[in-house]
Design a protein around this ligand. Structure first.
Ligand SMILES: NC(=O)c1ccc[n+]([C@@H]2O[C@H](COP(=O)([O-])OP(=O)(O)OC[C@H]3O[C@@H](n4cnc5c(N)ncnc54)[C@H](O)[C@@H]3O)[C@@H](O)[C@H]2O)c1
Length: 384
């Protein structure tokens, strides 16, 4: 597939990114950034509105908006776009759209993606979680392949420059051995899949086994048709690394992240505050790992240029800007022709870990991901 999308130069990219705020939280310059694409968004709620904002900031043109509800959120924010609204995807002409964004809740992702393939859309961003079942995610991949469609799933931290730099620390500090991500508020499907995907990205190996204990969710904020329990989850990877993901319903605060390398550790309690890197002194790097009392020394690790500035309040409250940046990056990813950064294969892996966690809770045992029975791969979890 050859891109017909006009590319911008680095100088204009920098100014676009600067205007967005928190530019360091996105991967800059890779892949080549695109501007001026014709974008249509399906599902105009909270996340659809962010995609509209991100597309406009990115210099794209909104050419279609699909949502059957009377006054969707994105149009409340952008009333000037009201004339573009239609009720169904079939009302859009695929030859007038460079990029389609599916930002409805997950119960509709597979149906809408399938319909979009049939209508001839060629580049599609699907919000996470990509689907409500592993089989649906796999079916999206097969149908996309058959039609030559490029599908990107917005697991946004895959575009984050700060986490890319964390991965680069492996050269000096040894491999990542454990990733611990602790969150309250439940929602392993909606929120926890972000963290599963981040652990997969950081450890960069195949997840093989999962053990999980679910907690009891309260009513889902997106409606009673959704049931999205939180859980404490342990994931084992084929290189021996492990991830611990805690999205419990009975915890009401963000505990933070701890990423253990062989020779040091990176931690944060506030993803948008300063991150702390502690590592062995250079002369100690080759000492045996059994010398675990070897002192670690803090060194600067900033998720952004501004995060270490105590007077910079913008970064500290920058979550919304980061989400907008990730949405723009997912569009860049979909509009390029490079190997996808956040493609359907990675999203399938995340769904497989998620399904394994749900099976593990029911069976109270460790689940081998390659041996999940077909009924569990087909099971639709009512996650948003
Ligand atoms: N990447 C992120 O950081 C992030 C953040 C929040 C939400 N999400 C994901 O985004 C998705 C949407 O979440 P949300 O909070 O925007 O949900 P939402 O409920 O606010 O919005 C969903 C919208 O879809 C519309 N809709 C329903 N049926 C439709 C149809 N057939 N065609 C078109 N539109 C239809 C609804 O009217 C509603 O406006 C979810 O999958 C969620 O997990 C991702």
């Amino acid at each position: 597939m050859t891109s017909q999308i006009p590319k911008t130069d680095d100088a204009s990219n920098a100014s676009v990114l600067a205007a967005m705020g928190g530019p360091e939280h996105r991967r800059i310059g890779i892949p080549p950034l695109a501007q001026g694409a014709r974008v249509a968004v399906v599902g105009l709620g909270l996340m659809g509105a962010r995609h509209v904002t991100a597309a406009l900031r990115r210099g794209h043109t909104i050419v279609g908006l699909v949502d059957p509800s009377a006054n969707p959120h994105a149009l409340q924010l952008n009333p000037d776009l009201a004339s573009l609204r239609c009720d169904t995807l079939a009302e859009l002409r695929s030859d007038t759209v460079d990029l389609l964004v599916i930002a409805t809740t997950a119960d509709l992702h597979h149906r809408l993606a399938t319909e979009a393939f049939g209508l001839g859309f060629r580049r599609i961003v699907i919000e996470k979680p990509v689907s409500q079942s592993v089989d649906e995610a796999f079916d999206i991949k097969l149908r996309a392949q058959e039609k030559g469609v490029r599908v990107i799933v917005n697991h946004g931290r895959r575009y984050c420059d700060a986490y890319a730099r964390v991965r680069q620390l492996k050269g000096e500090m040894g491999d990542i051995r454990t990733v611990t991500l602790r969150f309250g508020g439940g929602a392993l499907g909606c929120v926890g899949t972000h963290w599963i995907d981040l652990a997969n990205t950081l450890i960069d190996a195949k997840a093989t086994h999962v053990f999980a204990k679910e907690t009891e969710p309260s009513e889902n904020p997106r409606g009673v048709r959704f049931n999205d329990p939180g859980a404490s989850v342990m994931i084992v990877y084929e290189n021996g690394a492990c991830a611990f993901i805690d999205t419990r319903d009975d915890v009401g605060f963000v505990g933070g992240a701890a990423i253990s390398f062989s020779k040091g550790e990176l931690t944060w309690t506030d993803e948008f505050g300063p991150w702390t890197l502690r590592r062995r002194r250079e002369g100690d790097l080759d000492r045996p790992l059994s010398r675990y009392g070897t002192p670690l020394f803090p060194s600067l690790f900033s998720p952004s240029v501004t995060a270490l500035d105590p007077t910079n309040l913008l970064w500290r409250h920058n979550g919304e800007q980061a989400v907008l940046g990730y949405a723009a990056s997912a569009m860049d990813d979909a509009l390029g022709d490079h190997p996808p950064i956040s493609g359907i294969d990675a999203a399938i892996q995340t769904m497989r870990v998620y399904a394994a966690a749900r099976v593990s809770h029911v069976t109270s045992s460790s689940v081998c991901i390659d041996n999940i029975e077909s009924a569990s791969l087909a099971r639709r979890f009512s996650i948003p």
